[in-house]
Design a binder for this molecule. Structure first.
Ligand code: SF4
Ligand code: ZN
Length: 306
């Protein structure tokens, strides 16, 4: 197998493009895809202050590495979820990457913000950890970006993440979610940072190859709460299809973006306002995070009295 750029020995096969690359040319290809996605969807300019969310996994650390190499103005944010064992290892992985590259990393702890970790918040609110975690992440990432003067929240969602979400939304005809699914969600309020996903055309396998070639010290372990998630089932189903017909995932994603207007009617006219308690953007008088906090606070008082 020969590299399609330099004709040297190829070691990475990119089946979705029927291509193969040597390690150096693969790195060039990966960076070019990211730059192209950023420009094609007008995600951000070269000087804009970006807040990149990093978990310590291969996707977010590969994106961090790529944005630094491409010369973007990027600061990373790691959210310590307080999940025993896993969160310590995630945080240390991010710290070691930042130290290795001399890159800027900020760490926010859910426990310090709310007085409770994600598993404790889930237990007290009687919800599954991922539901609480998703809400906390959206809230804190946006708040941190707006308060820190960052225009954009950048996340490491890859093609596999995006198509599995797309499949889930289609299977359940979540037309509201379909109307909002896009690699670039612009800001619609001064207190709402725009959200972008520059890796949305790159597969999990490609991110792994980039991380290995660049010797990125990523955490291979998944969050323990991810086990059994339906998104994993959708990813496996899509992997079977991709195996038999390479390029299906990318065509699925691109076709959706091309026909996205079909779901325009489901786009709700939302009037954004500021939460009466914390001042963050919400569609209600009090934001979902403050309502959750209030609910948990009430339960604690009752149990203390009891
Ligand atoms: Fe949060 Fe873990 Fe669930 Fe992901 S899998 S949403 S990190 S609790
Ligand atoms: Zn609030």
């Amino acid at each position: 197998m020969r590299c399609q750029i330099c004709r040297g020995k190829a070691s990475v096969e990119v089946r979705q493009h029927h291509a193969a690359f040597c390690p150096n040319c693969f790195v060039e290809y990966f960076l070019k895809q990211i730059r192209r996605n950023i420009q094609a969807h007008k995600m951000f300019s070269p000087t804009e202050p970006l807040l990149l969310v990093v978990s310590g996994g291969k996707d977010s650390l590969s994106l961090w590495d790529a944005l630094l190499r491409l010369g973007y103005n990027v600061t990373a944010l790691h959210l310590d979820l307080g999940i025993p064992g896993y969160s310590d290892r995630s945080r240390e992985t991010c710290k070691s990457f930042a130290a290795q590259r001399g890159a800027e990393l900020r760490i926010v702890s859910v426990d310090e913000e709310f007085g409770l970790s994600i598993p404790e918040l889930a237990r007290k609110s009687r919800r599954v950890p991922c539901a609480v975690c998703g809400r906390v992440k959206r809230y804190l990432f946006n708040r941190y970006a707006v308060e820190g003067g960052f225009t954009t929240v950048v996340t490491g969602h890859n093609l596999d993440d995006e198509v599995s979400a797309l499949l889930g939304n289609l299977l359940h005809w979540q037309t509201g979610y379909l109307a909002r699914q896009h690699p670039h969600l612009p800001s619609t309020h001064p207190k709402l940072a725009k959200r972008v996903k520059p890796l949305y055309t790159l597969t999990e396998r490609e991110c792994l190859a980039y991380a290995l070639i660049q010797r990125i010290p990523f955490l291979a372990e998944e969050c323990p709460h991810a086990e059994g998630a339906t998104t994993i089932l959708y990813k496996e189903a899509l992997n079977h299809i991709e195996e038999a017909s390479p390029g299906t995932k990318l065509a699925f994603m691109k076709g959706f973006l091309k026909h996205k207007d079909l779901f325009k009617a489901a786009e709700e006219e939302v009037k954004l306002k500021e939460c009466a308690l914390c001042g963050q953007v919400t569609t209600e008088d009090v934001c979902a995070m403050c309502r959750l906090r209030e609910r948990i606070g009430a339960r604690v008082k009752i149990s203390k009295r009891g």
